[in-house]
Design a protein around this ligand. Structure first.
Ligand code: A2P
Length: 267
């Protein structure tokens, strides 16, 4: 088995960017984030994803990763799970500052402001690492130009898995570009398998109305509310059904509507 993170004596495949890791932070045994240099020519819309790989094979394995940093940031940030034996994350979790990470050149994705009709309140529903695209969008001033209020829901099995979203949402108030909008940003964090003040799946909390009572907002309505969903296949399916129950309709880049779903991570 190759020690992939350290091994860089494979040629860089053509048509991909080779970038340098600038920072790595581990949150739990299974979660970490890293930052890397951004190619001068790389443009993306906040909320999009790219394909990431390592220079550890003739034909490296690439996986879809949401860019977690906003589009104005001079570096790129990613938030990742560590899957034991996972073809990419087994190696990616060992990267250190100075290592090389590969990135395909074309960003894409549906969790972008352009895919939603204007509205008053934007809901971002996430579980686990599904928070990543929202880490980008809540640091983009355009999100607050389009929506008065932004509510990010993040549900994890355990409390420790909420560290990244809690730190990041708290840091928005000190952000040079988005700090002035931080009053309109709310994190609704819930845990399903440990004690925590807010417990349960977001789908159940919407069905019971508890999330709306807790936040002091009216139930989701197609005239005022918009949604973005990112999580596991089962979570996407159930959250989509819940939003449709409130009268929202799935949109896309080519046909904006009242909610959007990212399916890139669940194949
Ligand atoms: P639960 O602990 O009740 O399964 P996972 O790691 O399996 O992707 O789960 C991450 C979080 O998403 C967990 O808190 C999990 O709750 C929750 N979750 C899993 N499936 C769904 C679903 N179908 N709808 C809403 N939340 C879900």
């Amino acid at each position: 088995m190759l020690d992939a993170a350290a091994k860089t004596d494979f040629p860089i495949p053509t048509g991909v960017f080779a970038q340098t890791v600038t920072e790595v932070q581990h949150y739990t045994d299974s979660l970490f984030r890293f930052r890397m240099t951004r190619p001068d020519t790389f443009r993306f819309r906040s909320g999009e994803f790219v394909m990431i790989g390592l220079p550890n094979a003739e034909k490296p394995v690439f996986r879809a990763y949401s860019v977690a940093s906003p589009n104005w940031d001079e570096e790129l940030e990613f938030y990742s799970i560590k899957v034991p034996g996972g073809p990419l994350t087994e190696h990616l979790q060992k990267i250190k500052e100075g290592d090389t990470v590969l990135m395909r050149k074309k960003p894409t994705g549906t969790l972008v402001n352009d895919a939603l009709l204007p509205g008053k309140r934007l809901w971002m529903f996430s579980t686990g690492t599904g928070f990543a695209p929202f880490a980008s969008l809540i640091r983009d001033p355009e999100t607050y130009e389009k929506f008065e209020e932004v509510i990010v829901t993040h549900t994890c099995r355990e409390v420790a898995e909420l560290a990244y979203s809690q730190e990041l949402v708290a840091s928005v108030k000190d952000d040079p570009l988005c700090g002035e909008f931080a009053g309109g940003l709310h994190l609704y964090a819930t845990v399903t398998r440990e004690d925590f003040p807010f417990k349960g799946r977001i789908t159940d909390l919407m069905a019971s109305g508890k999330v709306f009572d807790d936040l002091g907002v009216p139930p989701i309505h197609p005239e005022t509310d918009r949604g973005m969903i990112c999580g596991s296949m089962a979570m996407l399916k159930d959250t989509k059904a819940t939003l449709e129950g409130f009268g929202l309709v799935e949109g896309s880049n080519s046909k904006p509507d009242t909610f959007v779903v990212e399916r890139a991570f669940v194949d």
